[in-house]
Design a protein around this ligand. Structure first.
Ligand code: F6P
Length: 325
């Protein structure tokens, strides 16, 4: 089938780099004389016909901006038969031949179902700060999020050292601990608590107490929001009685991890993925998520491009323990 018009949407939690991906999609399509329609507010925009032409000029000067010019949503309507039918009617109304969706595993579940029901070409790009998807080494936004956390925790370390305090810093990631993992290593955290590794509270107490005895000037514990104790405040409530000599504070970093200017890594990753997605559609390929594995573009069928709780590299976990001495 000859492709003349591609639509693009962003769905689920936004992530820095989504705009770089949108830009790459539009510019690659224009280079190949294809039209691009931008769908606002994710799948809700498909249902509500919030669909508009996107030109090369529209995506000028956006590569450096976080967020998404197409806005996003967590669509409840798209999971209904009526919602999908309404979306398909609008796709036909605008003579859209293929769709590129940028989002996380929920986005891809919807894409897989819609593409199958309507035999419609869809390609996905992994846009989430959580980095929790099978089929790519890194998701769009992850590198920016961990750098945001590192910068924030470096600031916290300044005041922790001034007051000889112990900080528990909670980071995002939903049920994955990969933001905690790399940002924790990057800030030299005394401990990193993640859902992927069971938290040994007694060992943590002993380590922090020993650190204090050795006059460590500050202590930082990075806590993934999905960690089994239920986040930083719950953890501190549980630990406080066993840490009587500590001046403890909690910092929940929250949604600053979702914003900010994307790093060069995320801009390059997003550009490569957007470029590859359009070229795949031109070759009549679809039904998969584009990823980058060992620096090579990869295609993973939607059915496999799901959330995965990684088994973390044992050597990396050992390194964390050794370097936190
Ligand atoms: O999936 C990205 C993410 O930032 C998670 O890390 C976090 O738990 C969630 O979105 C927050 O969702 P919302 O922005 O809807 O509060």
């Amino acid at each position: 089938m000859s492709i003349k018009t591609i639509a693009v949407l962003t769905s689920g939690g936004d992530s820095p780099g989504m705009n770089a991906a949108i830009r790459a999609i539009v510019r690659t399509a224009a280079y190949n004389n294809l039209n691009v329609m931008g769908v606002m507010h994710g799948y809700n925009g498909l249902i509500n016909n919030e669909i508009k032409q996107l030109t090369s000029a529209n995506v000028g000067n956006i590569i450096q901006h976080g967020g998404t010019i197409l806005k996003t949503s967590r669509s409840k309507g798209f999971v209904t038969t009526e919602g999908m039918q309404q979306a398909y009617n609008n796709i036909q109304k605008h003579h859209i031949d293929a769709l590129i969706v940028i989002g996380g595993d929920g986005t891809f579940k919807g894409a897989q179902e819609f593409g199958t029901i309507y035999n419609f070409p869809i390609i996905g790009l992994p846009g989430t700060i959580d980095n929790d998807l099978v089929g790519t080494d890194f998701t769009i936004g992850y590198d920016t999020a961990i750098n945001t956390v590192v910068e924030a925790v470096d600031r916290i370390r300044d005041t922790a050292a001034s007051h000889d305090r112990l900080f528990f810093v909670e980071v995002m990631g939903r049920d994955a601990g990969l933001i905690a993992l790399r940002s924790g290593i990057g800030v030299g955290a005394e401990a990193i608590l993640m859902p992927e590794t069971p938290t040994q509270l007694n060992e943590l107490i002993e380590k922090l107490t020993n650190d204090q005895r050795r006059k460590k000037s500050s202590s930082i514990v990075i806590v993934a929001e999905g960690e089994e104790e239920g986040g930083a405040y719950a953890l501190v409530k549980r630990l406080q009685p066993s840490l009587p000599n500590f001046d403890i504070r909690v910092s929940i970093l929250g949604h600053i991890q979702r914003g900010g200017s994307p790093t060069a890594m995320d801009r390059v990753l997003a550009s490569r993925m957007g470029y590859a997605a359009v070229n795949a559609i031109i070759q009549n390929q679809s039904g998969f998520m584009i990823g980058v594995i060992h620096n090579k573009i990869a295609q993973t069928p939607f059915a496999q491009a799901t959330k995965h709780i990684q088994t973390l590299d044992a050597d990396l976990l050992k390194m964390i323990e050794v370097l936190a001495m």
